[in-house]
Write a protein that binds this ligand. Sequence first.
Ligand code: ZN
Length: 274
Amino acid sequence: MRASCLSASSGIAIKPRRTFRLLIPLVAVLLAGGCVRQAPRRDVLFQVSTINALLAGVYDGDLTVGELKQHGDLGIGTLEAVDGEMVVLAGKAWLIRADGHAYRLADSDRTPFAAVTFFEPDATVQLNETADLAGLQSALDAQLPNKNLFYAVRIDGEFAYAKTRSVPRQSKPYPPLAEVAKTQPVFEFRDVNGTLVGFRCPDFVEGVNVPGWHLHFLTAARTAGGHLLDCRVNHAEAKIDETPEFALRLPLDDSFARADLATKRAQELNKVEK
Ligand code: ZN
């Protein structure tokens, strides 16, 4: 939900005279500052590292899951050594490993790349019989007023079909993600209840996050899932949270410091994430 802090600085209609002329802007600034302090900044997409660092093989866990959850209760990511696909939902974190099973993560587990937000939906959309992932994405896109903002989404429902993948844990020296993806196990679900979690990022994040939709799936039993490759929705309810702020936490370790982040990796990303 977007914070409403406008009233403190925008409601001044009187014409200031003499000394009041200086005072009023000062009061407005103080009031606006007070508003920011009172309302926690919850409309922020908080991200660890960059997608191009992950593509380049920067898989060292920079942040613990416990620290990540201080910045949001819904999101997606991966684990240290790309040991699977992460889902954060209602403040709990799961990892879908290469065996296809979902495991609850401990706060001490570490992530090299993840994004979370405090999920406070602004809109609810009923979805019926979308044909495939592209159909789902356009049904969601039709509801979004501003494609230059971030959106978090949670979709609960009945899926006629879902296709996911995970990635196998790597050991050092880490290969690039495009190499890892060549060995990715793929899972298919039919007539399954579950939850999709993820984000729609604006096109201008290229290199930093994934432009467009990036969704992870978790079954209703919370036992399986993965990075979503395709799906057919029977009936589902999508909740959407417009997220106008973005916070990027960059890793301080050597592997990030040495990573080649000048190379464009849009083609690699397309192979890995789609
Ligand atoms: Zn993913």
